[in-house]
Design a protein around this ligand. Structure first.
Ligand code: NAD
Length: 475
């Protein structure tokens, strides 16, 4: 299969191609066009030309097309989910039941919302002030590899719904489902040039895109290191930066332990542990620590690692051999730093023949982790849990915040006052109390500290995809 760029509604061949590989089997799935400055320039020019007409459409007409795109995704869930699973290794139970259906919802939600964009009024005795929300123009949308289709649609849906045009650049490791999104957008009747796709590597395709003077806003999801580079090379533009995380999952001794255990397992081992909001630092109160650690390791040992196309598989392959090597390097480091390996480690999981060559790692649990160890401070982005004991509420807050990141956080306690105090004190963009991460599309999604800046979701998406203007009328 060959995947080309999509520029102004037409496939555009690459001057060069790279391969995308199934991380479970190492089979080459497609030859993908590798873009650079020339393709970026052409895509931005197409988006710029399409902008006035698209922005000028009445919102209900844009909404109709965007809803149609949601319908086409909903109609093709099994096919898109299988492609996504083959391309990035996320298990089919997630892609088929959660992530791809959620992508359709992203379009339904923002189709509805764009018809209701309102403003504010600030009347004074001398002036009537009111705000207008205009589209921004050409937006650069850049996505990572971990949940590529969901992330791409989370950006494309609000971007287009609010009247902007887009150049989307997917990760070079998982470009296939976005290529399908481009086809479906045209099938839905979204005009040529409104959604363009340039494939390729960060340096060759990503950098000229973010630096392009006609790009007015950047919605980026990816690592903190790349986010920092983009901020430097992009110049003055609107930004939303959704970056890495190392989120605390805090369990007090009065928590509902069965539910906390389920959620803790889910938040570190689902999505192969390749999840920005993973609860990867599990802080457990000393009085229940030993009991919790034993139960947690027992559950982790029973997790099914295997073929991501098998509905029963919980943990699939890591995205690439390079990423597998990174995750394994942390598993090797843990005991050297003084952590106790409770389960998992560097051994090979038992695998069905079809995926024997896959990039697999065992779900791994470290106990007796000190929060200053590298395994506790660095984003491993794999199925590796760190269990860290704490004394009391103050200690829990201190440890939760002793980290560069600030994306998500989780607090488990039956003490309502404490729940609110910790939720307020934790340095994170999101806090879930007695809950795993549950997304509502109205919530502000995003992080603080090294986890990024800006929020997306509901009206928070105005921040990057709309330009507010104040109009002051003398009375
Ligand atoms: P990455 O930063 O390596 O790449 C992300 C994207 O940026 C890719 O498309 C890549 O090609 C592109 N890119 C790389 N260099 C670039 C440059 N100089 N200019 C422009 N674009 C460039 O990240 P990754 O390894 O693909 O993804 C994993 C990271 O993403 C993790 O840190 C994870 O936490 C983070 N993530 C964050 C969220 C969130 O919402 N906060 C969600 C998912 C993943």
């Amino acid at each position: 299969m060959q995947i080309d760029h999509l520029i102004n509604g037409k496939p555009v061949a690459g001057r060069d191609y790279f391969q995308t590989v199934n991380p479970a089997t190492q089979e080459v799935l497609a030859e993908v066009a590798s873009g650079g400055e020339a393709e970026v320039n052409a895509a931005v020019a197409a988006a710029k030309e399409a902008f006035p007409k698209w922005a000028g459409l009445p919102a209900p007409e844009r909404a109709k097309l965007i809803r149609k795109l949601g319908d086409l995704i909903a109609k093709n869930v099994p096919e898109i989910a299988e492609t996504e699973t083959n391309d990035c290794g996320q298990v089919i139970a997630q892609t088929g039941k959660q992530l791809v259906p959620r992508a359709a919802d992203n379009f339904y939600y923002f189709a509805e919302m764009c018809t209701r964009v309102d403003g504010h009024t600030y009347p004074t005795p001398t002036h009537l002030n009111y705000t207008l929300f205009h589209p921004v123009g050409v937006c650069a949308l850049i996505s990572p590899w971990n949940v590529p289709f969901m992330t791409a649609t989370w950006k494309v849906a609000p971007c287009l719904a609010f009247g902007n045009t887009a150049v989307l650049k997917m990760s070079e490791l998982s470009p296939l489902t976005a290529a399908r999104l481009g086809e479906l957008a045209l099938e839905a009747g979204i005009p040529a040039g409104v959604l363009n796709l340039v494939h390729g590597y960060g340096k060759e395709a990503g950098e000229p895109l973010v630096a392009h003077p006609d790009v007015r806003a950047i919605s980026f999801t990816g690592s903190t290191a790349t986010g920092n580079r983009i901020v430097k090379s992009a110049g003055l533009k609107k930004f939303s930066m959704e970056l890495g995380g190392k989120s605390p999952f805090v369990i007090f001794d009065d928590a509902d332990l069965d539910r906390a255990l389920d959620a803790a397992i889910f938040m570190i081992f689902s999505n192969n542990g390749e999840r920005c909001t993973a609860g990867s630092r599990i802080l457990v109160q000393q009085s229940i620590y030993a009991d919790f650690a034993a139960k947690f390791a027992e559950r982790a040992k029973r997790i099914t690692v295997g073929d991501p196309l098998d509905e029963k598989t919980i943990v699939g392959p890591m995205i690439s051999q390079a990423h597998l090597a990174k995750v394994r390097s942390y598993i090797e480091l843990g005991p050297k730093e003084g952590a106790t390996l409770l389960c998992g480690g560097l051994g090979a999981p038992e695998l069905p023949d079809r995926v024997k060559k896959g990039n697999y790692v065992l779900p791994t649990v470290f106990a007796d982790v000190d929060n200053r160890m590298k395994i506790a401070q660095d984003e491993i982005f794999g199925p590796v849990a760190c269990l860290i004991p704490f004394k009391d509420e103050a200690d829990a807050i201190r440890l939760a915040n002793d980290i560069a990141y600030g994306l998500s956080s989780y607090v488990w306690t039956e003490n309502i006052g404490r729940a609110h105090r910790v939720a307020a004190a934790v340095e994170a963009g999101m806090c879930f109390v007695n809950s795993q991460n549950v997304r509502d599309l109205r919530q502000p999604f995003g992080g603080t500290k090294a986890s990024g800046t800006g929020r997306e979701g509901g009206t928070w998406s105005y921040e990057v995809f709309c330009e507010p203007k104040n109009v002051a009328v003398s009375l």
